[in-house]
Design a protein around this ligand. Structure first.
Ligand code: GLU
Length: 301
């Protein structure tokens, strides 16, 4: 499980959807921004299916996501990586963390955890429960502040102890956690720039911490604004966000370019998706979303 040895000057980006439902106007923003940023920098762009949680995901959703990306004219530079097929790599990373005594078993019940609130206070840290049994595994954090400069949101910092706490790397049911899998795969795929929704900004310091523990290079980050509905909620499956209409790819791409503040010319909407993407690549200016955290969803422009 060696991180890729691609030359560091080459931009390698990715779009990493969880196949819990079809792509909607919100997830299209992450797909488009990551694609345009990669291609405007002569980079490669990959698609990775984050299918780590079988009860919440379906093959049909994964197929629908790929179909939508194709209908919108996106082209990915290598075969799609499925996290469900990367279990050995996650196991290896866990073994490494265990060798370094950076993980421990946590047998706290759901109820206990709810009582603690969102930051785990380390109750099971010194209990030495065997790691084989079916309990969750947590990564031990150190009392550090992680800082980084996001290309869209600027300087960001987090006190790991107060804001994150020891975090889950393998769940009780034996499923690997997002934080671990994303770090292992970004390194393995040699990703140099991560462009994704701002809802993941809070996770980034934990990921940087894990990268350091595992000896991986930290990529650059750009957290783009999320689309919110009239109630101010992030557009997602819970809000029954509608699947984008693959019969009208021009409109879908045009709206997404508008939301990313790229000021597309109205005539673009009539063009083939590949032409709209080509326009997007040659005009891409990430500065235009600088500091923006939310974009209200407006039905028509
Ligand atoms: N799979 C995550 C999601 O769909 C995105 C992960 C990432 O981009 O790091 O929200």
């Amino acid at each position: 499980m060696l991180p890729s040895t691609q030359p560091s000057h080459l931009y390698r980006g990715r779009f990493a959807p969880s196949p819990t439902g079809p792509l909607h106007a919100g997830s299209i923003l992450a797909a488009l921004a990551s694609y345009l940023d990669a291609k405007a920098n002569q980079g490669l762009w990959f698609v990775r299916m984050e299918d780590l949680d079988p009860p919440r995901e379906s093959r049909a959703a994964a197929a629908s996501i790929l179909h939508t990306l194709e209908a919108l004219g996106f082209y990915w530079d290598d075969t799609v990586v499925y996290q469900s097929q990367r279990q050995d790599a996650y196991r290896e990373a866990l073994a490494e963390l265990e060798d370094r005594q950076m993980i421990y078993s946590c047998q706290c019940s759901r109820k206990t955890l709810t009582d603690y609130g969102s930051v785990y206070t380390g109750t099971c840290r010194s209990l030495n429960v065997a790691t084989q049994v079916s309990v969750a595994l947590r990564c031990r954090i150190s009392p550090r502040t992680i800082t980084f400069t996001d290309r869209v949101q600027g300087n960001f910092f987090q006190h790991l102890e107060q804001d994150a706490g020891d975090f889950i790397v393998r769940r009780k049911e034996g499923l690997f956690a997002y934080q671990l899998a994303v770090v292992v795969d970004d390194a393995w795929q040699g990703i140099t720039q991560i462009v994704r929704g701002i809802d993941l900004l809070d996770s980034t310091p934990r990921q940087i911490y894990l990268q350091e523990l595992l000896g991986f290079v930290t990529p650059g980050y750009a957290h783009i604004p999320v689309l919110i509905n009239a109630l101010g909620q992030k557009l997602g499956k819970q809000q029954y966000a509608q699947a984008v209409d693959t019969m009208r790819p021009g409109q879908v791409l045009f709206n997404a370019l508008q939301r990313l503040q790229q000021q597309p010319e109205p005539a673009l909407e009539e063009l083939a998706p590949e032409e709209i993407l080509a326009w997007g690549i040659s005009h891409w200016d990430i500065e235009k979303i600088s500091g923006i955290k939310q974009i209200p969803e407006i039905e028509e422009f």
